[in-house]
Write a protein of this length. Structure first.
Length: 89
């Protein structure tokens, strides 16, 4: 990546629980990372730090454009600033 290219923002879709064996909730995680493996590791660390006991990550991809709608627009802006943005779907 050179200085003229925007950072890669990943979106990861999965399911999380607050306690082991608990009720699952769908989650979307937006974050900045250099590659898929790093994105998964950063997402799992971010989810754990937010109190999630279990996470099943189902899908990962790069966002190509800035989202139009909230809460994804705010999450995208947070990811550009280096945050791990978690959106409960």
């Amino acid at each position: 990546m050179n200085d003229n290219e925007p950072p890669v923002i990943w979106i990861i879709v999965g399911r999380v629980t607050r306690r082991k064996g608990g009720e699952e909730s769908e989650v979307h995680v937006l974050l900045q990372a250099p590659d898929e493996d790093s994105a998964v590791r950063i997402a799992l660390n971010g989810l754990q730090s937010e109190g999630f006991a279990e996470a099943q990550l189902d899908q990962i991809g790069e966002l190509e454009d800035e989202p139009d709608d909230e809460p994804y627009l705010s999450a995208y802006q947070g990811a550009l600033e280096g945050e791990v943005a978690i959106v409960m779907a």
